[in-house]
Design a protein. Structure first.
Ligand code: C2E
Ligand code: MG
Ligand code: MG
Ligand code: MG
Length: 284
């Protein structure tokens, strides 16, 4: 009987794997046409200064408006796009859209000239030699090449820490364009301080995992965030706290010296028109 149930389990495991593979293949197939059909849209989440809550920049976050399944989260389709390489085309689309949107908002006076936009970049995009050319093209096409520091690229710790020196060369290529580089999800990867010191980044984005327990007696988060903000100060880096949801977290982040704040306490990511309405200069 034990044998039979082991075999049964094996079969069940097998068919789940097959289902998952089939589901993945379906997502991949549909994703290929999603770009052409303009189903991939970009939402914007405000990032505000910790001290006065003024708008500093916004993060461009991709969403898939699927005709049948509704809005699909990037947590579902970005990993698939990374596996099959489609992330390169998707990433280019997000980059161009975000640059064009920021330029339009600046021209319309929705945001000031000092407000920036950041775009997420996957390892696959960094590995590919065309990234700097894509970034340069997006800047030139939108006219942001006159003020390239308003564009930031979010890279994760893990893709830089384990990467060969060619990745470091790529970062210097990007920096030469005048754009900013941010380390996303900071604290979740295995960082080497020696490596961090050599990375040409401007900003550490403190992962939400360290924000949740801020100000709570039963949590280490205060100590970790204090360590990260003092490290950032020593390296002359800015910090963005991700996933800030409560006033208590905000108060602690101010005390700990975080530069800026991103999270549902201020706003979730919004479609462009809602962002302009809620965060445009006219709102105050
Ligand atoms: P991320 O870059 O770390 O983005 C932050 C995520 O945290 C976003 O999820 C955002 O909506 C969410 N978030 C922000 N504030 C809060 C908060 O207060 N509470 C909670 N619970 N969540 C908050 P989203 O938009 O679902 O994106 C998930 C991930 O997908 C991103 O993580 C990023 O790694 C990836 N992603 C999104 N857009 C792109 C893209 O255009 N290209 C690439 N390569 N990856 C993307
Ligand atoms: Mg990000
Ligand atoms: Mg992040
Ligand atoms: Mg994150």
């Amino acid at each position: 009987a034990a044998k039979r149930s082991a075999a049964g389990r094996h079969i069940r495991f097998d068919s789940t794997m097959r289902e998952r593979a089939r589901e993945r293949a379906r997502v991949e197939q549909e994703l290929r046409t999603a770009l052409v059909k303009d189903e991939l849209v970009v939402h914007y989440q405000p990032i505000v200064y910790a001290d006065d809550g003024a708008l500093k920049s916004m993060e461009a976050l991709v969403r898939w408006e699927h005709p049948v399944r509704g809005r699909v989260s990037p947590g579902v389709f970005v990993p698939v796009a990374e596996d099959c390489g489609l992330i390169v085309d998707i990433g280019r689309h997000v980059l161009r859209t975000a640059c064009r949107q920021l330029a339009a908002w600046r021209a319309a006076g929705v945001v000031g000239e000092d407000v920036g936009v950041t775009v997420n970049v996957s390892a696959r995009q960094l590995e590919q030699s065309g990234l700097a050319a894509d970034v340069a093209a997006a800047l030139a096409e939108s006219g942001l090449d006159a003020t390239p520091a308003v564009l930031g690229l979010e890279l994760t710790e893990s893709m830089l820490m384990n990467s060969p020196n060619s990745a470091l060369d790529r970062l210097h290529e990007l920096r030469a364009l005048g754009v900013r580089l941010l380390l996303d999800d900071f604290g979740t990867g295995a960082s080497s301080l020696a490596r961090l010191r050599r990375l040409p980044v401007d900003t550490l984005k403190i992962d939400r995992a360290f924000i949740t327990g801020l100000g709570r007696a039963d949590s280490d988060d205060d100590a970790f965030v204090a360590a990260i903000t003092s490290l950032a100060a020593a390296l002359r880096l800015e910090t963005v706290a991700e996933g800030v949801e409560t006033d208590q977290q905000l108060a602690r982040l101010r005390e700990l010296g975080a530069t800026s704040i991103q999270g549902f306490l201020f706003s979730q990511a919004l479609p462009a028109d809602e962002f302009a309405r809620d965060w445009g200069a006219a709102r105050r």
